[in-house]
Ligand binder design. Sequence first.
Ligand SMILES: *Cc1c(COP(=O)(O)O)cnc(C)c1O
Length: 490
Amino acid sequence: MSEPSQRGSRGPQALIFESGSPGRSAFFWPEETGASGIPDALSREEIAGFPEMGELEVLRHFTRLSHLNFSIESQFYPLGSCTMKYNPKVNEVAARMPCFALLHPLIPPELIPGAFELLTELETMLAEIAGMDAVTLQPAAGAQGELTGLMLIRAFLAERGNPRKKILVPDTAHGTNPASSTLCGYDVVQIPSNKQGIIEPEAVERAMSEDVAALMITNPNTLGVFERHIQAIADAVHRRGGLVYLDGANLNALMGIAKPGHMGVDVLHINLHKTFSTPHGGGGPGAGPVGVKAHLKDYLPVPRIVKSGDRCELRDDFPKSVGRVRSFFGNFGILVRAYTYMISLGSDGLEDASRMAVLNANYVRKRLENTYFLPSPEPSMHECVFTDRNQQKDGVTTLDIAKRLLDYGFHPPTIYFPLVVSGALMIEPTETETRETLDAFADAMTAIAREAKEEPAVVKSAPHTTPVGRLDEARAARRPVLRWEPGGGD
Ligand SMILES: *Cc1c(COP(=O)(O)O)cnc(C)c1O
């Protein structure tokens, strides 16, 4: 028998296949029309084990399950590097307008000038924010943007006689950077960051040669620290004929304040699903537009949207283009959401968003800096990275802290990333959180640090309040147990 707390609407519940009762149904067909009008040969009398339930039972089952989801609309979600900001509902209203939502991808462009107007305006706004000369909206994610950007670099260098062999990638980089380099046929050379967690121009200088096609750099980097030497680093790469790729996933700290195009960057991607507030998580869809300086424009994917007078045309007569990287025009619904977000905030609003994101991260940092170990003394931008060094002497690790946060009702921060920081806890509050929420989170983190000292066993066995407790993550993935047993443990 389940605990009293589990019998109400909030506790674990039986699988749908264990629920219901024979003869129950959500709907009864009028006798005279027979079984639904479907030919008898096609309709089954019975499906073995099929749950028979009333409509309300079905509704409650799935509504309760949906409440087990952790979402930005229910709780604070400080998952570093992911920019889990609130996605305003007006974005959804725009994306659902029939004029956008019902467009068939094969409609001739001349019949839908408004949709193309939106796409060109979005390209222009992104180019303006990033300080670049042209943008393609085709890539469907940041990672695909990286690959596209590297393909542009390869095409540019190949035309000059040598596509070169290597890409320089800092040791703080997101895993997609080396993956994209490899996929594009390049060898990866890792650049070590210094004690402050940033790259020094000398390190790049030493690694630079006529074999190096590009440096991929993230700014602010994955420690949430601004790469203050970026201009000197870019100069060192350019002097030897290489190009600079900026991983723009962290644009949330810069928009309206600083433009990557002014820092010596030749090509960058932008994650619309992070910075520009389109829903993400669970694998997409997203959008990873790529911006370039003029010298890379001819290589951009086709078809390109070209504006002549007040008409937009789709053109693929760009002989140097790397070709198509995505069917149709990217994830159009995501592009409509990002456009709506930008238009509704305006340039001042976007700048405010960046400033608030930086302020919020530094507020959390200040509140926790005497409790958790800070690996980099550099000021934080939009996220701050702590480690479990202070808690480890009591045997409590980053994973334990993350799991214990669930009991306090918070999504854990990103953990064990970036890889260069042992036991990293990477907190990105974003601009959409109130001071009260940040205080509640900092209070929970402080309480967990106190528990780590006084009753470490509680932290080490967390979570205690979720429908399932701590999983053996490797075994959970390989041998999933999909049946919930009342009182059957985890
Ligand atoms: C999220 C992220 C990426 C990858 O972007 P996706 O859209 O998830 O493919 C690359 N680099 C950094 C720094 C990121 O945070």
